[in-house]
Design a protein around this ligand. Structure first.
Ligand SMILES: [Fe+2]
Length: 481
């Protein structure tokens, strides 16, 4: 049985193909289009997955999409109404795309792929949870997902048992740890949904001098519940993340992108990093109390914060931790596909994700394309240039090139799937080193890293099982969610 998972139209579009529950191929669209964080329909990634499996789209049994666009659109419209008329510019900008594409996902998928079968849509945070738990070695586990926002949820605590995932608690938009981190990324002059890792990397150069000011913008409790002070943020109504109140709180305007980084910026980065770590720690400890499990699975964009993850491993009582390497939205493609296979169709779990190398392997042709692409910008990168020149020499008989010290083994196998792997100067297939040597307890798989009533804090999900999938056509009963 083949199941194709798709995530797209927010950022990091991706595809994942399962064969009988095992990942055959998975890749982000950016690797093919050369557009960083490409969010468009992942046509190239899907083509690659099908080619890798040696099948056509007619042989795919189900296609899954990683969130529920109608509910997401409901949240967006509700938020626009609540913040009208300040939301008018954002409404004008985003609504046409929703009406043209995002509300018609099954139709788009069928049209783009010529797919005639069933298209299922799974709740965003269930996709994140599934991307971790259902490919982990555990048959029961606490699951914590934390990101910017899905439909309404921005964080969840779940319990995974066998094939099923139950959401026990959630926190809802606009209260979002991912959006908090993105807002500070914006204030520090970096690109949102892209350069959050720079804030994390900048933090150790600073001191947590502004923790009190960060705590003006977000408050939290011992169970990891948190509440944003929306006075300081603009992301719920505008095209920017923060507003004038935020700048006045810190006493300085937003840093101009590419301008000089001062100690102030490093201290702000350290301060928001510290607060983020404290909230994540409390959240996963609360998940431990709620589930009683000694295993923890994590996913969602905030789970790419490897500094926070390190503290989770060291400072919480879990015996074992598994973090989906593609913890961001690209991993939603893995999550929806595995959720359909195991939780919807109830197929037995037999496979574990022990590595993340499911992307394409470069052949000589692709290397030539990369050589041309890099030629203009990075031939001063000696190892890469040497490698490319060497490959050019191999591919074009008689071509004389100077290759100083290029090593064949610099290029090794399939691309790693997951965050922080978009460095165009490191075309080595795997790109990042695999998991570090095992300490006594280590994270598995080597990650790098208003509610409807606009309230905050963890909400208890109804214990009554309910459908979590949009079913089209005859399928076995949906699993409780
Ligand atoms: Fe997400």
């Amino acid at each position: 049985m083949y199941i194709l998972g798709i995530s797209c139209y927010y950022h990091d579009a991706a595809a994942c193909l399962l064969k009988d529950g095992e990942i055959v191929a998975a890749a982000q669209e950016e690797r093919f289009t050369r557009i960083r964080h490409d969010q468009d329909f992942p046509t190239q990634a899907i083509k690659y997955c099908l080619k890798e499996a040696g099948i056509t789209i007619e042989q795919v049994n189900y296609v899954g999409f990683y969130d529920k666009p109608l509910i997401k659109f409901e949240r967006i419209l509700t938020t626009y109404l609540a913040t009208w008329p300040r939301s008018f510019p954002s409404f004008i900008k985003s609504t046409p795309l929703w009406l043209r594409k995002k509300l018609w996902i099954p139709q788009m998928i069928k049209k783009e792929l010529g797919f005639e079968g069933d298209v299922l849509m799974i709740e965003h945070h269930l996709s994140h949870a599934a991307s971790s738990f259902l490919v982990s070695p555990y048959r029961e586990s606490a699951i914590v997902t934390v990101d910017g926002v899905g439909e309404w949820a921005t964080s969840t605590i779940c319990k995974g048992e066998g094939n099923d995932i139950q959401i026990l608690r959630d926190i809802r938009f606009p209260h979002s740890l991912g959006l908090l981190y993105s807002a500070y990324t914006y204030y520090l002059g970096f690109k949102v949904n892209s350069a959050e890792y720079k804030v994390m990397g900048l933090a150790p150069y600073g001191e947590p001098r502004y923790v009190d000011k960060v705590l003006e913008t977000i408050s939290y409790t011992d169970d990891g519940s948190f509440k944003m002070n929306m006075k300081y943020f603009a992301y719920d109504y505008g095209l920017e993340m923060t507003n004038g109140h935020f700048e006045r709180l810190f006493g300085r305007p937003r840093r101009e992108p590419e301008s000089k980084l001062e100690q102030f910026h490093k201290d702000v980065a350290m301060s928001v990093q510290k607060v983020t770590e404290e909230i994540v720690l409390r959240m996963v400890r609360h998940a431990y109390q709620l589930t009683g499990s000694k295993n923890l699975c994590m996913a969602g964009g905030v789970a790419l914060n490897c500094v926070a993850n390190g503290r989770v491993v060291k400072e919480t009582p879990y015996k074992d931790v598994f973090i989906q390497p593609a913890a961001g939205d690209a991993g939603g493609a893995v999550g929806v596909a595995t959720y359909i296979h195991h939780s919807v169709l109830k197929n037995e779990r037999k496979w574990e994700m022990k590595h993340a190398y499911f992307g394409p392997e470069y052949g000589a042709d692709a290397e030539l394309v990369i050589a041309l692409d890099l030629h203009a910008v990075a031939l001063d990168d000696a190892p890469v240039a040497d490698l490319l020149l060497l490959r050019l020499a191999e591919a074009v008989p008689g071509l004389a090139v100077a290759c100083a010290g290029a090593k064949q083994d610099e290029h090794r196998g399939r691309q790693r799937r997951g965050g922080q792997a978009s460095n165009r100067h490191r075309h080595r297939g795997h790109r990042l080193t695999a998991a570090p040597p095992a300490p006594a307890r280590r994270p598995r798989c080597g990650s790098s890293a208003g509610t409807r009533a606009r309230g905050a804090g963890f909400r208890t999900r109804p214990s009554t099982p309910r459908r979590s999938t949009r079913r089209r056509g005859a399928l076995p009963p949906a699993a409780p969610a």
